[in-house]
Design a protein. Structure first.
Length: 138
């Protein structure tokens, strides 16, 4: 495979890591992590991580907010670079007010937008801000 050694939890030992956590992590270790804002209010959990396979980058995270046991929750496309990893508390921080999530439309888990559409992807990353499913990050 490769010479990196996993710790068994999806984190890989990389000597040149300068971030808040390991430089390389398995995506499955991040899915399900909670997301809070700077006021420590619960904003939901990471439901999925969407990759731009052609570019070889993480496009955005899907944030699940509200609902009970997956029923009635709203989904938001959050630009990956808008999330900050909090390794101490094993969660992400997002600079957005909880009220902004409550007032935003999001999208239903059974009615995903056409994510292959390059316009939607641009909007989800904060392009023109007109896509309802893209989270308006402050």
């Amino acid at each position: 495979m490769n010479e990196l050694q996993s710790d068994g939890f999806g984190a890989f030992a990389v000597s040149d890591s300068h971030g808040p956590g390991p430089r390389l992590m398995g995506a499955d270790t991040l899915i399900g992590n909670s997301v809070v804002n700077h006021q420590d209010e619960d904003l939901g959990t990471i439901l999925d991580i969407m990759l731009d396979v052609r570019a070889g980058t993480i496009s955005y995270a899907v944030l699940s907010y509200g609902g009970i046991l997956g029923i009635g929750d709203k989904l938001f496309a959050v630009p990956w670079d808008a999330l900050s990893l909090d390794t101490k508390n094993e969660r992400f921080t997002l600079d957005v007010a909880k009220e902004r999530l409550e007032a935003s439309a999001g999208f239903d888990k059974d009615k995903w937008p056409h994510v292959a559409d390059q316009t939607w992807g641009k909007d989800a990353r904060g392009g023109n801000g007109t896509q309802a499913s893209a989270l308006p990050v402050s």
